[in-house]
Design a protein around this ligand. Structure first.
Ligand code: UDP
Ligand code: MN
Length: 280
């Protein structure tokens, strides 16, 4: 097995929020997320796992926001596994019909999330995708058991039993990581929605976070009656990213994109999220 992540600095807590950036295309997301975590007033550490593909200059803003950087290798998966989870295969075998994925999304990279189980400096971890914003303090998640995640609800209420892997709780443990690697890459393995399918299979008895703990941006137009600014803890920009220029849904999602931009730039972050206007 390869060595685990190489961390900068020292742990300041036994709890950490962790995100992942495997290429520079996701960096704006991480900057906005880390700033939002800072503004949430958490005392936990913030760790950004990254692969060698992102240079030190690009990562500097994250360090300035007080994040610890964790240099990670891709998982030591087989050629066959890597080929099966290449972008063309994932999109070809099960096309995304409900929303668009940016060209810079590399499905195989998603599995690097599993390396957070190697972060044994921390007793408890909350993982959050780099395309999300923390709108109010989430430290209560650290008290929730491994493995807790929110439902993948953005189209209809029938999806409450499906899981979304953009926000989840975990307890780092090298033994769990080793068990995952063993389970992940078996002959013929194909995880249709990558880490999400894998984690839901590995933790079949996953505990439920609420929809407000990982509110998916499409709820804004598909299920507006679920939207409640006073309840949302994490806003997750699944599918198209708010930093993609003129994506097909940018007009519909304009208020959410403006909010993301405020966190990204650090200017114009609303004082009172609960007072924001609801979907039209
Ligand atoms: N990710 C990454 N590089 C990639 C693909 C994914 O760093 O090429 C990380 C990033 O943290 C991202 C997460 O894995 O937020 C999951 O991918 P994404 O959020 O694009 O998937 P979606 O939420 O749209 O299903
Ligand atoms: Mn995401």
């Amino acid at each position: 097995m390869q060595d685990g992540p190489e961390l900068s600095g020292a742990a300041g807590s036994d709890r950490a929020y962790v995100t992942l950036v495997t290429n520079e295309a996701y960096l704006p997301g991480a900057v906005a997320l880390v700033r939002s975590l800072r503004l949430s007033g958490t005392a936990a550490d913030i760790v950004v796992m990254h692969t060698g593909a992102v240079g030190p200059e690009a990562l500097a803003p994250l360090g300035e926001l007080g994040a610890r950087l964790a240099l990670c290798e891709l998982l030591p998966t087989s050629e066959a596994f890597n080929a099966a989870h290449a972008r063309g295969e994932i999109h070809g075998r099960n096309p995304f019909t409900k929303g668009g994925k940016p060209a810079f999304h590399t499905p195989l990279d998603n599995f690097v999330k599993l390396r957070l189980w190697q972060l044994e400096d921390y007793a408890r971890v909350v993982f959050i995708d780099a395309d999300a914003l923390v709108l109010r303090n989430c430290d209560r998640f650290f008290a929730y058991p491994e493995f807790s995640a929110a439902p993948n609800v953005y189209e209809g209420l029938v999806d409450f039993r499906r899981m979304n892997s953009g926000v989840f709780t975990a307890r780092p443990d090298a033994k769990t990581f080793a068990a995952m690697l063993e389970r992940l890459d078996t002959p013929g393995a194909f995880w249709k929605r990558t880490d999400q399918t894998f984690l839901q299979t590995f933790f079949p008895d996953w505990n439920g976070l609420t929809v407000y703990d990982n509110m998916l941006q499409y709820v804004w137009f598909n299920l507006p009656e679920l939207w409640d600014w006073s309840m949302i803890r994490v806003l997750h920009f699944q599918y198209e990213k708010p930093w993609q220029a003129n994506h097909p849904k940018s007009e519909q999602l304009a208020p959410l994109i403006a909010l993301w931009r405020a966190y990204y730039t650090g200017t114009g972050v609303p004082e009172d999220i609960a007072a924001l206007p609801p979907p039209a």
